[in-house]
Design a protein around this ligand. Structure first.
Ligand code: PRP
Length: 180
């Protein structure tokens, strides 16, 4: 069932500026080092692709796919790994890249898991953040934009697996499209 896009919350030009700013911060902080960027599938794939092209220090890229069980129904839930990393992260400067942080449960669990693998450093970078929804103590080290507690899609974020390809971050209307 499709929904209607109600409005653009963050347009593609502002998203581009956001990527340049975050990549600039990362490039400065990691001067003289190599970074291993870990993208959390699926939502992070577009932000990651934009971000790495603006980073000026050497970068390796890997992906991890997780299923999060982490809200109303399972507050102490686990993160199940559907696809693990290909790279050994021991001794690496790792930056985990997400599309959005909501409750923070997914990243908290993932961060704890990756920490056990002995990275030289481990930081979190998210395109968007909804701090008003946080239920655990988890803050990103790099954040593109704080967003309000609305259902947002586009720029990698989905509703029922659709809308990830929208170039802008958009708000979905509550009602469904009457043509569907
Ligand atoms: C989204 C997002 C984070 C998580 C954030 O993933 O990419 O991984 O939810 O929520 P949390 O902070 O409450 O844990 P989702 O499960 O929708 O999968 P997707 O990336 O494949 O869209």
């Amino acid at each position: 069932m499709a929904k209607v896009v109600e409005s653009v919350l963050i347009g593609r030009k502002d998203i581009d500026l956001m990527c340049r700013r975050v990549a600039g911060d990362i490039s400065r902080d990691y001067a003289g080092k190599e970074i291993l960027i870990v993208g959390v599938l699926k939502g992070a794939f577009i932000f990651l692709a934009d971000l790495v092209r603006y980073i000026t220090v050497p970068v390796k890229v890997d992906f991890i796919a997780v299923s999060s069980y982490g809200n109303d129904t399972k507050s102490s839930g686990v993160v199940r790994i559907n696809k693990d990393l290909d790279e050994d992260i021991t001794g690496c400067h790792v930056i985990v890249v997400e599309d959005i942080i909501d409750t923070g449960l997914t990243l908290l669990k993932l961060k704890n898991l990756l920490q056990t693998r002995g990275p030289a450093s481990l930081k979190i970078c998210t395109a968007f953040d909804k701090p008003s929804r946080r239920t655990v103590n988890l803050e990103p080290d790099y954040c593109g934009q704080v967003v309000p507690d609305r259902f947002v899609v586009g720029y990698g974020l989905d509703f029922n697996r659709s809308y990830r390809n929208l170039p802008d971050l958009c708000v979905l209307a509550d009602e469904e499209d009457s043509d569907e």
